[in-house]
Design a protein around this ligand. Sequence first.
Ligand code: DOR
Ligand code: ZN
Length: 406
Amino acid sequence: MFDLSIHGRVYTDRLLEGWVYVTGGKIAKVSRERSGKAAAEITLSDSQFLFPAATDLHVHLRDWSQRRKETVETGTKSALAGGVTTVADMPNTEPRMNTVEAVEKRADLMRAKSFADFALHAGPPDSPGSFAALKKAGAFAVKLYPPELGRFTEVLKETTRSRMKLAVHAEEFALVGTERAHLAEGVAVRRILGGLASTSEVRFAHVSTSDGASELERAKRSHSGLTVEVAPHHLFMSDEVAEERIGVTSRVNPSLRSKANAAKMRRMMRLGVFDFYVTDHAPHTVEEKFQGAPGFPGLELALPLFLTKTNDPALVSRMYCEAPAAYLGLRKGKISQGFWADMVVIGRRSWKVDPERFVSKGRVTPFAGETMRYSVEHVFKAGRTVFSGGRFTKTISRLAVDGHLH
Ligand code: DOR
Ligand code: ZN
């Protein structure tokens, strides 16, 4: 007897009609025929299909002194509402995540309040040698921001030594905010690539220009450890349209670029240049957005948006489910035997993006008013229902480090 069975259309590596069986939180069997009984049996409707839940490698969940912007609870509920069951949190929190105490405190907070499984990025510690301690405290990776790029070589040496990942926001700090801002990414990417060994593990965060992306495409041919993120607003939004829709509140780092750039980015995505689709979920209050705070909430929109804009479940499941989970070393992101039963029931239902209805505290997005043709209707994490009918259930949330969930 299985714990759960789901019958209907299922996306494995294609859409097939069949049964998915779950036991002990994991997928026990996927088959075209009914092959046993389950304690709970769910049948999907003709307009629904089962899809792997997403893993988002780049989110800012705030909390603490920034609870006005977002809390771990609102941010991770927002994740579940968007079909995301695993999130990797960024270190520009208040206090910053570059001490053992801060990382330990963050891990405790996440365990207590997160509705999703999670991973933590740390910032570079002030003293060398403490990277291993940050990892022990729970950080799987270090993230470098533009003002810290001068420390790139030193930090890469340390992350390699302590077997941590390194993520880098590659924009030349001196150019950001100037008339030559569109060049900032290419300049920084070239500089970083210039000093890189062919095996170095570096993940380029939210690459936003076709210039930066083509450099990385070339470099990936000879460098096996490079990976590249892309965010929805750099694929499916432009500076022009965002400015028209939401004016001064359209600020984000890296900036939105031209329509032509977004079209090139989409072409490059089809060619496989980008490994990971990430929201860069960066919520702020409306007042702060009007004062120039950069970033948008993205978690409850990203999956429906990606499916709607591409109609390509293979691409979506690779870039938002399978590859990011594999990067964390987790058996998630595929509906396949032995994987965690983190799955989403997607409905073919049209709805209009209304940020006032977001679970996230962030309410400003340039996608407001757009029509989505896919909706997140039910979410399972480790075989348990965690989101359904607009309601959330908190289950155990685990920390991902070294490819294990702790
Ligand atoms: O737009 C952004 N917002 N870019 C960043 O790098 C930081 C983020 C935030 O934390 O608000
Ligand atoms: Zn970010």
